[in-house]
Structure formats: C-alpha cells, structure tokens
Unconditional design. Structure first.
Length: 294
C-alpha cells in the first residue's frame, strides 16, 4: 500500500520539478517533502527522481509511478468530495491559454463537470497575456496560463523549460535569418523568443503569425520555421531543434492558476469562490496530465 501523503508530495515535485516549489504549494517544509519522497522510493524499491543542485527530473520508474499516483489520488479525492457534503454551484468563468489546446485539459474539465454538476462553467481560450488582462478587468474568475514576468503571482501548477521545435527535416542555415513561427502580441512565448534572440545577436524573420496553436503547429509541420514551445507539450509531428544548430537557450516557463476578484473574496460571491476552489483543486491534481503526453 502506497501512502497517499507520500504520493501527493511526489506528484507535486513531479509537476513543479522543484522540492522548494512543491513544499510551498503543499504548505510544508522542504525537508518534509524530501522525506516523503525518500519513503516512497524506499517503499517502491526504485529511484523516482534524478536530482542535483541545478535540476530535478523524473526517472523512467518515476514516470510509471506518476501514472499510478494519479489514479490512486484521484480515487481518494473523489471519495473525499463525495462525502464532503454541499457541492459548489453557480457561474464560473475560466480562462485557459492556447498552450492547452492539444493536451488532456478537456478530460480534466469533463471530470470536473461530472463531479460538480451545479457549476455552470464558461471557458475562454486565449493567449496568456490576453487572459491576464481579462482577469484584471474582472471578466474572468480563474485563469490557467503562463506566468508573465511582470505578473509573477498565482499558484504554480507546474514548471518546465521552453525549447525550439520544428519539423525534423527543417534546414536551419546559420548565415540566414532564423524563420520564426509566433503567436501575436501579447504572447509571452513570443516575447521571450524575440528577447533571447536579440540578446544573442541572432538575426531572425517572422515566417508565420497565428493566434491559434493549431495554426502554428500546421506551419511548423509544413517546415516554414521554428517555434518556441514548452518541452513537455511538444505536438505530434514536431521535434526539438538539435543543439548543434546553436540556437540560444529559452529558459524556464511556469504555468500558474491566478484568481480574479470574485474568486478570491467571499464578498465577491461565495458561489464563485467555492467553484473556483473546486476547479483549482482539480487542475492542481491533474497538472501532470497537461504535459508529457498525459
């Protein structure tokens, strides 16, 4: 029998790739998270993470354990919800960034609707920067999107790295401007890509702009250029650009849940507060399903 407390600590580290961030989310000390993961590794008889002073990564056994942990914890959480008593109700305006178009977010939302039938969920899919603006304007209650450098708040769902991706037969010529496939402004990934290229003095040109992830993926599959994308969410038919091409490192990316006014204070509507709490819990629990192929 695997301990659900240890499984929850393990899952949170897997989502954030950080023992420090996991401890902050769980509201415990980092040493407690480390101890819980060590106990789980001892119970499994396998190493679940490779870790050094700079990074934390899942091992092959860790990937397998993540799937088992998800199933066990989902059963626990559904049982707890069943016996909790009153169910949240009312209107909940939820925004998700374009990054999740090709992930298993629909499955998480379907489970949420099944478990909370009295919540009227309204979904908006937009660029992360646009969603933050809508949230600040009071037009959304809860947003799942990239963290903006100038809007660092919210509750971390998971952490990953941005990488360059494209068609496996795409030729990149070092003496010609790099062809880019980009979201339009105010795309956070767009801003990061252009900033990094400018810092490294790499010439570039825009080969395609689209507000739709499907549009960007189609352009990349056609070999029009490269795009910056989250490492754990690379669409089928595209691959990481090999290091030999010398493209600059894009750094880390964080996805966070951010609440609007109605969903942060009881005075803004207890229904919205309860519904946002329930959806936030579902998204945090299923965060690992939003990347890495689910």
């Amino acid at each position: 029998m695997f301990d659900p407390v240890q499984l929850r600590a393990f899952r949170t580290v897997a989502q954030t790739l950080s023992f420090t961030q996991a401890a902050q989310r769980l509201g415990v000390r980092q040493s407690t998270v480390s101890q819980q993961v060590r106990k789980l590794e001892a119970a499994a008889g396998r190493q679940l993470f490779t870790r050094d002073t700079h990074s934390v990564e899942l091992t092959e056994d860790g990937e397998a354990m993540l799937g088992f942990a998800r199933t066990i914890l989902e059963a626990n959480e559904r049982a707890a919800s069943w016996f909790a008593g009153s169910q949240p109700r009312g209107r909940l305006r939820f925004g998700a960034s374009e990054d999740f178009v090709l992930t298993r977010l629909p499955e998480i939302l379907e489970r949420f609707r099944r478990d909370h039938p009295r919540v009227d969920l309204e979904l908006t899919v937009e660029l992360s920067g646009t969603l933050h603006t809508l949230l600040e304007a009071g037009r959304l209650d809860l947003v799942l999107a990239k963290r903006s450098p100038n809007r660092p708040g919210g509750q971390l769902v998971w952490r990953d790295r941005l990488v360059w991706i494209g068609h496996d037969r795409l030729r990149i010529e070092p003496d010609r401007p790099l062809p880019l496939i980009l979201f339009p402004p105010p795309g956070i990934t767009r801003a990061r890509a252009l900033e990094v290229l400018e810092q490294h003095g790499r010439a570039w040109r825009i080969a395609c702009t689209s507000g739709s992830l499907n549009g960007l993926v189609a352009a990349a599959r056609a070999g029009l250029g490269v795009m910056a994308h989250t490492r754990g969410m690379i669409p089928p038919g595209l691959v990481r650009v090999p290091d030999r091409h010398g493209l600059p490192d894009l750094g880390a990316v964080e996805f966070a849940l951010v609440r609007g006014g109605r969903a942060t204070e009881a005075g803004g509507g207890t229904d919205a507060l309860a519904a946002a709490d329930a959806l936030a819990a579902a998204l945090l629990a299923g965060g690992d399903q939003l990347h890495g192929g689910g």
